[in-house]
Ligand binder design. Structure first.
Ligand SMILES: [Zn+2]
Ligand SMILES: [Zn+2]
Length: 250
């Protein structure tokens, strides 16, 4: 069974700013153009990740134009959630300047794995209190399980999107079932999602088939996938931020 879901607005991409990623913004845009994408979001890790750079990276992203060679470029971040109060490792003053903020748990390096579902649920609920967070990144990690109903209901209410991460689905087989369960519940509750490539080079920005095929298999409603086009994504984020399109992205 092959999915025909097309992800034309890629929301999760790392650049050479992260030591374990390999492409520049220019290379990413050029690969996006060659492959028919409409939008790329540059979302490097916050500074608490061991291979990340200085926080000033996020302060100065206005140096990157919002449109390069007809491709929309969003200035973003994948901030690390660093404690159970939902604290992020990028300050609000810098988050405020960004177009797209993903907040993620990385039990490999920036927060301890935790089996306490109640505590993990509270962590995610607190993260969503931060008005600058647009997307909860790859939450399908089995070493940080949470109450899916409670977190997704809050996400729906606040217009926060839940990422289905293609990288997690393909490289962390033990997490596949949980990702599927999260996706099924997003469909049931009516929560918007993004399909994130979590690309670590330009050549990975179109590699989302692990996630799109899973979504196709479970009959996931396409209207809830918010990054199938640049227009759909931009409209959603601008609206939830209470801005017009022009105020959001010029
Ligand atoms: Zn991540
Ligand atoms: Zn990532």
């Amino acid at each position: 069974m092959k999915s025909d879901i097309k992800i034309l607005a890629q929301t999760h991409i790392h650049t050479v700013y992260s030591a374990h990623a390999y492409s520049t913004v220019g290379e990413i845009v050029s690969y996006a153009k060659q492959n028919g994408l409409e939008l790329v979001a540059i979302t490097d890790h916050g500074p608490n990740m061991p291979d990340s750079g200085h926080e000033w990276h996020f302060a100065n992203m206005r140096a990157i134009p919002h449109k390069i060679d007809d491709i929309y470029v969003l200035r973003g971040a994948e901030a690390n959630i660093i404690d159970s109060n939902g604290t992020l490792d990028i300050c609000d003053a810098f988050l405020k300047r960004l177009d797209l903020v993903i907040a993620s748990i990385h039990t490999t390096s920036t927060i301890e794995p935790c089996e306490d579902i109640k505590k993990n649920t509270q962590t995610y609920l607190s993260v969503m209190d931060n008005p600058y967070v647009d997307i909860i990144g790859h939450s399908g990690w089995t070493d940080f399980r949470y109450d899916i109903c409670e977190v997704l209901s809050c996400a729906k209410e606040k217009g926060v999107l839940i990422e289905i991460n293609a990288h997690t689905v393909t490289t962390r087989p033990k997490n596949v079932e949980l990702c599927r369960e999260i996706a099924k519940n997003c469909a049931r509750i009516g929560v918007g999602i993004t399909v994130g490539a979590d690309a670590h080079s330009a050549y990975e920005i179109t590699e989302v088939s692990g996630a799109t095929e899973m979504l196709y298999e479970i009959g996931f409603p396409e209207e809830l996938i918010m990054n199938t086009s640049a227009e759909k994504l931009i409209n959603h984020i601008a609206k939830r931020r209470g801005k017009t399109i022009d105020e959001y992205i010029k």
